[in-house]
Write a protein of this length. Structure first.
Length: 237
């Protein structure tokens, strides 16, 4: 490719999705917003990532470049937090930092951290040429939320996890043979129920539940069939 002949044109992928201008595209970008406690170096690092995402309007594969850099920023943020909490420079690699973070209740969802680590190893040490593009969009918010979470109260997080596990154990037992959910103007037979999240920072606390109603199994002759969506409720108790 002759660099002199290179011009910036919107990717056909975005045009096909109706994003005909850069301003339209910016409205679809994942939000990168850090709380005030996150160190300036991390915030500065992710400003470059945000610019790469904006330029992916013209070069679609810049999404992957931005994501690889976001994974590097995640590791950097962990090292900074390690030094803040221990007073020593982190000498371990990402896997060791993640184990340390889990042990100290620094992550809200431990499973998602393992997924981030696996994607990081796959992206930073590829065996062949590949790109994921749009499928990575939600992962940017996951990384940013996880970094913000490093600076939330670990004792409240531990309480959230313990209480969520306890409530879900009760719900699993309660719904093993089905159950009836009664809410204003509605009575549903459900086959599963989970507490997705407990927000114990405000007072009173907020409990986020999800319920799965039963449904008829579609027949092979059915041309159109829509499964009922799970029902989500927020409760103060």
């Amino acid at each position: 490719m002759n660099i002199k002949d290179y011009t910036l044109n919107p990717s056909n992928i975005w045009i096909s999705q109706g994003l005909k201008t850069l301003d339209d595209f910016k409205q679809k970008l994942p939000e990168i917003q850090f709380i005030d406690l996150v160190p300036p170096d991390v915030v500065k690092f992710f400003k470059i990532i945000q610019k790469l995402l904006i330029h992916s309007y013209f070069e679609y594969e810049f999404i992957d470049v931005a994501f690889t850099k976001a994974l590097t920023g995640f590791e950097m943020a962990l090292k900074i937090r390690y030094k803040e909490l221990t007073g020593e420079a982190a000498k371990m690699r990402l896997y060791g930092l993640i184990k340390w973070g889990i042990k100290n209740n620094l992550f809200e969802f431990d499973d998602s951290i393992d997924i981030i680590r696996e994607i990081r190893n796959f992206s930073v040490h590829p065996n062949d040429y590949h790109f994921a593009g749009l499928t990575l969009f939600n992962s940017f918010s996951t990384i940013v939320d996880t970094i913000n979470g490093l600076y939330l109260d670990p004792l409240l997080r531990k309480e959230r996890k313990n209480k969520t596990e306890k409530v879900n154990t009760i719900l699993d037992d309660f719904t093993k043979d089905g159950a009836i959910l009664e809410i204003p103007d509605k009575r549903l037979i459900i086959f599963n129920a989970k507490m997705l999240f407990l927000d114990n920072i405000p007072d009173p606390n907020k409990y986020y539940f999800q319920f799965w109603p039963i449904f008829d199994v579609p027949t092979p002759e059915a041309k159109e069939y829509e499964l009922p969506k799970p029902l989500r409720l927020i409760s103060g108790q």
